[in-house]
Design a protein around this ligand. Structure first.
Ligand SMILES: Nc1ncnc2c1ncn2[C@@H]1O[C@H](COP(=O)(O)OP(=O)(O)OP(=O)(O)O)[C@@H](O)[C@H]1O
Ligand SMILES: [Mg+2]
Length: 150
């Protein structure tokens, strides 16, 4: 079972006991990211960032089988209509210079969906209007807090 508790106009919380529950936060994220398609996913190792991003991508209609982005920073998927979805994982970068080197702005300012794991590694480079998703794990339960920009 999953439940949503709106905490303010700009923040919503969902709980999840299993991956099937992620359809609820994923639906909310898709609904609220139409204008601002950069979404930053925060959470410890294994929190479930990739899992939630996969659910969102499937719901958006990507047909690609999503691989784990463990070894590459940039993953690009295609929506049925041909537009890209960028999935960036900054876990392995050692400095923001590496983000400059890979041309982060072509992904973050593309106006296409851009889902970011380990955004804290590039915190100064995030667009001010990006949506923030925090995943906290406690036992078998995940709490997913979604903050929209002001
Ligand atoms: N909502 C959920 N309910 C139950 N299990 C989950 C949920 N989300 C993820 N998991 C499980 O947790 C494990 C880690 O998930 P995932 O790889 O998505 O984490 P991550 O946050 O992307 O980790 P990393 O920081 O290493 O990239 C996987 O085995 C996944 O099946
Ligand atoms: Mg991951």
């Amino acid at each position: 079972m999953s439940s949503r508790q709106p905490t303010s106009d700009l923040t919503s919380k969902f709980t999840s006991q299993c991956p099937d529950d992620l359809i609820h936060p994923a639906t909310y994220i898709i609904k609220h990211s139409e204008q601002h398609k950069v979404v930053a996913f925060y959470g410890q190792l294994g929190a479930g960032k990739t899992t939630l991003i996969k659910v969102i991508c499937k719901m958006l209609g990507t047909e690609d089988v999503l691989s784990s982005p463990t070894f590459s920073i940039v993953n690009e998927y295609r929506l049925t209509g041909g537009n890209p979805i960028f999935h960036l994982d900054f876990y392995r970068i050692k400095s923001q210079q590496e983000a400059f080197d890979l041309g982060y702005e072509q992904y973050l300012f593309s106006n296409y969906y851009c889902f970011i794991e380990w955004p804290e590694k590039i915190s100064n480079l995030l667009p001010p209007d990006c949506m923030k998703v925090f995943i906290d794990v406690s036992g078998n339960q995940r709490t997913i807090t979604i903050q929209q920009h002001e």
